[in-house]
Write a protein that binds this ligand. Structure first.
Ligand code: MD6
Ligand code: FE
Length: 205
């Protein structure tokens, strides 16, 4: 991967590398993820309260994040097929090493697919055993309006995440509240069939 510059977001611990991935790398990654996902099809999870997510999800890696009536958790198998999640592609493992420098590899990669009016409400990523490890997020396809604010509540701001951008929640921002207000449909051609693909790499255990 080419060297890429991190910009100052003004939010300590929220790290952003605009255009970390070239268009070629973006397309290769989309193809790799879509092929891997053939064995772990996108499904529509529901909140513990029973409300369906508008985002469709799947996972790569030893563990995957799931949500249903029983709550939020990480598990080793797809909730519908019962099969193990496919492995995390090497390109993503390298990106984690290069950008986070964290001494252990990610063991979970949540794959979110946004089509149409799909969005994601404000939340914190706190289902991981060790919330000192960063979460690294790769955006592919249509531009997203990402909202982020302090863990304890207070003012939020928005940042546009475009295809090839990579961001991370680390240190003081690890438990920041964040979500996707909306996705600008048709703003990219990188995802076949349209929409936005978001990959979040984590240390689940
Ligand atoms: C998304 N991202 O970009 C949703 N979580 O579709 C996240 O929920 C997220 O971008 C943790 C760290 C970075 C993120
Ligand atoms: Fe998140």
């Amino acid at each position: 991967m080419a060297a890429c510059a991190e910009i100052d977001t003004g939010l300590p611990g929220f790290r952003l590398w605009p255009q970390a991935l070239s268009v070629t790398a973006q397309s290769a990654l989309v193809a790799e993820v879509m092929t891997a996902i053939e064995d772990a099809p996108f499904y529509q999870p529901a909140t513990p309260g029973g409300r369906p997510f508008s985002v469709r999800m799947s996972n790569l890696g030893p563990l995957g994040w799931v949500s249903d009536r029983a709550g939020y958790r990480y598990q080793a198998t797809h909730p519908e097929t019962g099969r193990a999640w496919p492995p995390i592609p090497p390109l993503l493992l390298r990106l984690w090493d290069d950008l986070t420098g964290w001494p252990a590899p990610p063991d979970a990669c949540l794959v979110n697919l946004y089509r149409g009016r799909a969005k994601m409400g404000l939340h914190q990523d706190r289902d991981e055993a060790d919330t000192t490890a960063p979460v690294l997020s790769v955006s592919l396809g249509d531009t997203a309006v990402f909202r982020i604010g302090p863990a304890g509540g207070g003012p939020t701001r928005t940042v546009r995440l475009t295809s090839g951008d990579v961001c991370a929640l680390t240190g003081p921002a690890r438990l920041a509240r964040h979500g996707i207000d909306r996705v600008l449909e048709g703003s990219s051609q990188v995802v076949p069939g349209g929409g936005r693909l978001n990959l979040t790499l984590r240390r689940a255990r």
